[in-house]
Design a protein around this ligand. Structure first.
Ligand code: ATP
Ligand code: LTN
Length: 338
């Protein structure tokens, strides 16, 4: 189902918390660069968000805000399909079917489930458990070839491939087997105060991340507070996670390799380096924030883009679903029974 001979690329982010510079480096920045080369679908996966309790009006606002941040980060609706997952009910339908082709043993091995079950121990719901199957449905519905993800999603993509192969082995080739795309540099930006943990947009302590919409003064303050290690050298080192993480952020945003940065900052102290890093982040975020402000002031426009996106996505999803329903033996809606 390749269009214009371009491979199909699909990715998504759940609207929880605040999009961070980790999401930008690990996802949004790559997406906008890949748009010209692939036939792309970018999803605000709100159905994934409700695996954790959400306030309804916040979820609705945040889903629209995330879509606007995708657009502000460079996703072009003329080139790519951008939409909200729950606007295309085919995701839920395929997820149910795929649940029946997923073993509980496989789900029990998912490390993100174990982490989230620990973190949200008062609400370990079945949705949280089958979350990876919904993700598989997102991907397989659109016959995606390439799925850009962060390091933490590797296991979910492997599961998607296994489910797809299992289904294809039983019913003939219905699904494209997708490949993960994990950009090496910046695949895992770490938390600012806790650099042994991933920077996480749902972190309760906002000082652990730089949000895409943080004001310059906030960026400056958070970078100034970021944990660095004992010593004073600006050098990446496996035992110096704090400074290594800041160097990674600098490198990803500037395109300058870490080795060159170490050379460039060899006579600088931590405070001087942090000041330059904060300026680089502020300058990177400025045009994104300006575009965001304009977009969010015109909700009608965003909703129109999302409506068009959902329509295009539904058309494609329906093609796959029709095939799936047929192969597994569901009765077609309109049929001539003789
Ligand atoms: P949550 O805890 O709310 O699930 P998250 O920050 O882990 O939030 P996801 O929605 O899981 O974000 O991820 C969205 C995309 O951003 C994925 O491709 C993910 O791998 C990438 N991503 C998330 N955090 C980082 C990070 N710290 N560094 C690099 N990429 C990241
Ligand atoms: N689970 C993913 C978000 C996600 C996704 C997808 C990513 C949901 N569906 C489909 C790529 C393709 C995460 O990053 N937490």
């Amino acid at each position: 189902m390749k269009i214009n001979n371009k491979k199909i690329l699909l990715s998504g982010v759940a609207p929880t918390g605040n999009l961070t510079i980790g999401n930008y480096i690990g996802a949004l920045k790559n997406w906008s660069q890949m748009q010209a080369h692939y036939d792309c679908l970018f999803i605000v996966v709100d159905m994934h968000s409700i695996t954790v309790r959400q306030d309804p009006s916040t979820l609705r606002e945040r889903s629209i805000s995330f879509a606007a941040q995708y657009l502000a980060s460079g996703i072009d609706p003329e080139q790519s399909i951008i939409f909200i997952q729950s606007n295309v009910p085919a995701h839920a339908e395929l997820a149910w079917i795929l649940n029946c082709f997923t073993n509980v043993g496989e789900l029990n091995r998912m490390t993100q489930f174990k982490d989230k079950a620990r973190k949200y121990s008062s609400n370990v719901n079945a949705g949280l458990y089958v979350y990876p199957v919904l993700m598989a449905a997102d991907i397989l519905l659109y016959q995606a070839n390439i799925v850009p993800i962060g390091d933490d999603q590797r296991q979910h993509l492997e599961l998607t491939r296994n489910i797809a192969s299992r289904f294809n082995n039983l019913y003939g080739k219905v699904f494209q087997i997708p490949e993960a795309y994990i950009s090496r540099a910046g695949a895992r930006i770490m938390s600012l105060l806790n650099p042994e943990r991933k920077m996480d947009k749902s972190d309760l302590n906002s000082n652990n991340y730089i949000a895409l919409l943080d004001e310059p003064s906030v960026v400056l303050k958070k970078i100034r507070q970021a944990v660095t290690d004992s010593g004073r050298e600006i050098k990446a080192n496996k035992t110096k996670l704090g400074i290594s993480n800041l160097l990674t952020i600098y490198s990803c945003l500037s395109g300058i390799p870490i080795a060159k940065l170490e050379e460039q900052f060899k006579d600088e102290n931590y405070a001087g380096f942090k000041k330059e890093l904060a300026e680089l982040i502020i300058e990177t975020l400025r045009p994104i924030q300006n575009r965001y402000k304009k977009l969010i002031g015109d909700k009608e426009y965003i909703l129109t883009i999302l409506k068009q996106g959902a329509e295009k996505a539904s058309e494609r999803a329906e093609r796959t679903l029709k095939e799936v329903r047929e192969r597994i033996g569901f009765v077609p809606l309109i049929t001539k029974i003789q």
